[in-house]
Design a protein around this ligand. Sequence first.
Ligand SMILES: Cc1cc2nc3c(=O)[nH]c(=O)nc-3n(C[C@H](O)[C@H](O)[C@H](O)COP(=O)(O)O)c2cc1C
Length: 198
Amino acid sequence: MKTVLNIKSSLFQQQSQSSQLSATLAQQLLGEQDQLVTRDLATEPVPHLTAERFTAFLTPAADRTPEQQAVVAYSDALIDELRAADVIVLGLPMYNFGVPSTLKAYFDHVARAGVTFQYTAEGPKGLLTGKKVYVLATRGGNYQGTPADTQTSYVRLFLNFIGITDVEFVYAEGLALGEAHKTQALEKANAAILELAA
Ligand SMILES: Cc1cc2nc3c(=O)[nH]c(=O)nc-3n(C[C@H](O)[C@H](O)[C@H](O)COP(=O)(O)O)c2cc1C
């Protein structure tokens, strides 16, 4: 029995291309005994990291105020959900040349020294090992393989930092370049999804 975590980071619900593609793959990866968990960062946004919130992370458990305990408990719950997942399927739209700010806020709450990574004499070591991540990346334009695709390297770097090294991307690009282009891009992405789930 495995747990599949579908993280959606689009602003939109039903109309979201990345959410639709990621939900399709998550469903297709599910066996009869498997569990699907969905985290929608639009309907339940993670707050921006602030000095107060980050200080709560750094404060030893015994010294935390009730407010700091609540902040840490919230971050712990996000991390527990991630830790419990065997497979993570991330819907990743491109917004203004980067990842959605909701996803950045989520990353800022799951990057915790001593919890999801630790500093060692050899450098930082990720602690969330043994997971597979599929990223369904949707864009209005075409960026894959160009320096303008900052999303792929950033998301891969972040996941590697917390120990997740098995990361595979499926792209649906050129979605704003006309109906024919959009249909073709979505067909290609759906075909890739079928292959990944086979
Ligand atoms: C606020 C906003 C900003 C966007 N910025 C970009 C961009 O910088 N580059 C791009 O190729 N497409 C951009 N797009 C188009 C989206 O990447 C595209 O519509 C994609 O399908 C969004 O995924 P979603 O439907 O899951 O939200 C933007 C769309 C929105 C709503």
